[in-house]
Design a protein around this ligand. Structure first.
Ligand code: GDP
Length: 302
């Protein structure tokens, strides 16, 4: 995308030889935006969002140039276009909503939801490590009774991370496990209690029903959707489906260390008006980066 953007911008430079603001505004800008939008689509940003972005950038650049922001200079003109594109993209991943922040001296319950394979269990441990490092006594409750081996995975990764955990090999009701685990850890005055839920069921409707029930049982302060960057365009529909039942208040995008640029995640944020709080950037316990819009967009732009 970066390469394309640069190519498009240099064609803009060539056009500035004509030095005609009208041509710049109505023709060259159009061609430039076409290039950028094609590249955004390739990075899995949703078609509708791209179309909106195009309109907004166009309006912004025209207004800026007609207002004389470029002072008639080609370098300034280039900056105006670049800034408009960058700002619009940043706006897309910043829904203007403050995510919940765990507070010390109280129990903060965080419930993780998302489809199996998205990196939920790994991310729960990463989150526990993140908060533990910052002085929050942290723990994990494994409320996934559907997948054989789920509790073992939690046990292993929590042990490795040196965080407390709770789960059961015999109890089959995830709602009961979640409630028991959260009650136990609250009594023991843990600051951050992370509840890992199932990511698969015989039927999707069962999965969503279970999430609602667990949510009612543990009353999370924050529900986090774990979204895999590599699923691309599918992220939007997935986020929509989970928002309706789990009403999550934050998103963590995993596997950002891979090939995916996270364009799908942008669409998920825009569709659910929910902020991204962290990025998963690897398989290890410390591979969790705090999210901020600018670096994310810079990466998207290559
Ligand atoms: P769950 O089914 O949603 O609980 O997913 P898991 O936590 O079991 O993760 C599925 C796979 O994705 C595992 O092999 C993880 O090591 C891997 N994984 C999770 N997060 C990341 C990440 O940020 N980067 C990479 N490269 N792999 C990840």
């Amino acid at each position: 995308l970066g390469r394309k953007l640069n190519a498009a911008l240099s064609s803009l430079n060539r056009a500035s030889v004509i030095d005609d603001k009208v041509i710049l505004g109505y023709c060259v800008l159009d061609a430039l935006l076409k290039e950028v939008c094609a590249a955004l689509l390739e990075s899995d940003v949703n078609v509708k969002l791209v179309a909106q972005l195009r309109q907004k950038v166009k309006a912004k650049v025209k207004a800026a140039i007609e207002g004389g922001a470029d002072k008639g200079k080609e370098q300034n003109r280039r900056n105006v276009v670049q800034k408009a594109i960058f700002d619009e993209l940043v706006g897309l991943v910043d829904p203007g909503v403050e995510p919940y922040k765990p507070k010390k001296g109280q129990s903060n319950v965080i419930m993780a939801v998302g489809l199996q394979g998205n990196g939920k269990t790994t991310t729960c441990t990463k989150l526990a490590v993140y908060y533990q490092k910052r002085g929050f006594k942290s723990c994990i409750v494994c409320a996934d009774t559907f997948r054989a081996g789920a509790f073992d995975q939690t046990r292993q990764s929590a042990t490795k991370a040196k965080v407390a955990y709770f789960g059961s090999y015999t109890e089959t009701d995830p709602v009961s496990i979640a409630a028991q685990g959260v009650a136990k850890f609250k009594k023991e005055r843990f600051d951050v209690i992370i509840v890992d839920t199932s990511g698969r069921h015989k039927q999707e409707s069962e999965l969503f029903k279970e999430m609602v029930q667990i949510g009612e049982a543990v009353k999370p302060n924050m529900t986090v959707m774990i979204l895999d960057a590599s699923i691309g365009q599918a992220a939007e529909a997935q986020a929509h489906a989970f928002k309706e039942s789990a009403n999550f208040g934050a998103i963590i995008v995993t596997k950002m260390d891979g090939h995916a640029k996270g364009g799908g995640a942008i669409s998920a944020v825009a569709a659910t008006k929910t902020p991204i709080i962290f990025l998963g950037v690897g398989e290890h316990l410390h591979d969790l980066d705090k999210f901020s819009p600018q670096p994310f967009i810079s990466k998207l732009l290559g």
